[in-house]
Design a protein around this ligand. Structure first.
Ligand code: SF4
Ligand code: SF4
Length: 386
């Protein structure tokens, strides 16, 4: 008679949920040593060990105790490049989360996110019809057959009041550079990046297929995005669902425009800035030079580099759904970055991701450092120098 070992059935299902390299792990622990959770104190840091998470997955999630065991990962990718076995660690974590999502065992703070994505097409509980409220007073054109680029604005910059400044600055800067762009509007949905990382594969497919049908119907060929998270998903996850587009982060378009002399930057708000490389622009999309070239195209602007920059940049803490999960003050990655930025001597910390802005600015305020350091998206720096 065939004997069934229950945990093997679960771990097989995890592999089928995307954790295809789960058994490649040889438990060497290099990933754990690389993980930014080793840089901060606190409960999540004590409970999350990515090597043990791989083992937990191999054993069919035996030992899963709290959300910190699995949902602490920000999908920053720092560990992936170091793994000697080429394990797709983020894919493995996503597969394990998918198993838990199927039975409804996701952290309570993420449940409203999934609900809002289902009902309104965005994670911020904003009504669908208000997706373009940020455009008020800007006269942003609608995408048409004559438009070169669709501008896809991240849900965060559509609904979050602070983040709307990024969308406005991107529009102002693209317009100054003479770029042909338009938006689709309220029919559009979230790109689905975060919800896929959280593990809700069905919801991701629903959002992505809705956008792909919309864009293909309108003849979209090229897309400019305001967030590197959207860039990752459009480039890596939409093609297999039938959405094949040329996708650019706005820093690439503006850096190119500056190099070709199509945008004139004044330097009136220039000076020394220190740069934080977003994980999804850098490690996930390999874009390091475009934002730097854009900064140095501003007359009088100078970049100070953080010691941990480019491939070694430390995550802001907002990816993988963490932007919606509470991390106690004193235990946040963003606090490390704020301290490092202040120590650099620069007065302005520039980055180019709406999640990074949310996490870094919040930490700067909580630390009471806002008089010492201004946190800006690069689009805002460009718009201030037009
Ligand atoms: S670095 Fe790779 S092989 Fe080593 S424990 Fe981590 S996932 Fe496993
Ligand atoms: S992706 Fe980043 S946060 Fe997640 S386990 Fe790897 S290093 Fe840690």
């Amino acid at each position: 008679m065939e004997t069934k070992i229950p945990f093997l059935e679960v771990s097989d299902a995890i592999v089928m949920s995307g954790a295809e390299t789960l058994y490649w792990c040889m438990q060497c622990g290099l990933c754990t040593g690389t993980c930014p959770w080793r840089l901060v104190p606190g409960e999540a840091s004590e409970q999350f060990n990515v090597r043990l998470v791989q083992r937990m997955g191999q054993l069919g999630l035996e030992g899963f105790e709290s959300e910190n065991c699995l949902f602490a990962c920000t999908t920053c990718r720092a560990c992936v490049d170091r793994c000697p076995r080429g394990v797709d660690i983020i894919g493995n974590i996503r597969g394990m989360r998918a198993m838990l999502a199927e039975v409804g065992t996701i952290p309570p703070s993420l449940k409203p996110i999934a609900g809002s994505l289902h009902s309104q097409g965005n994670p911020w509980s904003g009504p669908r019809e208000k997706r373009t409220e940020w455009t008020e007073g800007l006269d942003v054109p609608a995408f048409s057959a004559d438009t070169e680029y669709l501008l896809f604005v991240c849900c965060t910059s559509c609904y979050d009041i602070r983040s709307r400044k990024i969308a406005k600055a991107v529009v102002t800067s693209l317009r100054a550079a003479g770029i042909s762009f338009g938006i689709v509007g309220a029919e559009e949905s979230c790109c689905g990046e975060s919800i896929r990382k959280i593990g809700d594969e069905a919801l991701f497919s629903k959002l992505a297929e809705s956008n792909i049908n919309l864009y293909n119907g309108k003849g979209v060929k090229k897309i400019i995005v305001t967030s590197p998270h959207c860039l990752y998903t459009f480039n890596n996850e939409y093609p297999e669902l039938g959405g094949e587009y040329e996708v650019y982060h706005y820093t690439e378009i503006l850096a190119q425009a500056a190099a070709e002399g199509k945008i004139s930057l004044s330097g009136k708000m220039a000076g020394e800035v220190v740069m934080h490389d977003p994980c999804y622009l850098g490690r996930h999309n390999d874009i390091y030079d475009a934002p730097r070239n854009l900064i140095t195209s501003i007359p009088g602007a100078d970049i100070k580099e953080l010691a941990r920059n480019r491939k070694n940049s430390v995550c802001c803490g907002g990816g993988g759904g963490r932007v919606w999960m509470e991390t106690k003050a004193g235990e946040r990655f963003a606090e490390l970055r704020i301290t490092e930025a202040i120590e650099s001597g620069a007065k302005t910390l520039v980055t180019s991701c709406p999640y990074c802005i949310t996490m870094l600015e919040d930490s700067c305020n909580v630390m009471g450092k806002q008089s010492e350091l201004k946190v800006m998206d690069l689009s805002e720096l460009v718009a201030e120098n037009l």
